[in-house]
Write a new protein. Sequence first.
Length: 157
Amino acid sequence: MKINNTFKLIIAIVVSELAGIIGSLFTAPSIAGWYSTLVKPALNPPAWVFAPVWTTLFAMMGVALFLIWKNQTTIKKNMAYRFFFAQLILNTLWSIIFFSQHNIGGALIEIIVLWLAILAAIIFFYKISKTAAWLLVPYIAWVSFAMYLNYALWALN
């Protein structure tokens, strides 16, 4: 059965957004509770910023995945998929470690691994579709900022 490109795009975006939705299930309960008690760094954005930023980034990840999926080449596609789905899983795990387990240090270690997985996905995506790779650049930039926030929260608390 051949899947048309519109359906592929929808699937790719939904899969990516699902990672964010799952992560938010672990995040939301801690925002008003445990997280609100932490000493925040100077550059900590207001809480309302995170939902639209993450929603946009997950949508961009979905479009990037779609561009790889619809590409006719088979060069490095398996590795691209592996790193893409690894980083999606790691992204969700970070929310569990940080917000559900309240393990700021463990989340810091995990976000470094997440950053490396995103970088690997970008490298493999670039070999298949430069546009797909560039769509992940804002994501790695935001995760870099999140890494700073995670470190600062660990240091301050």
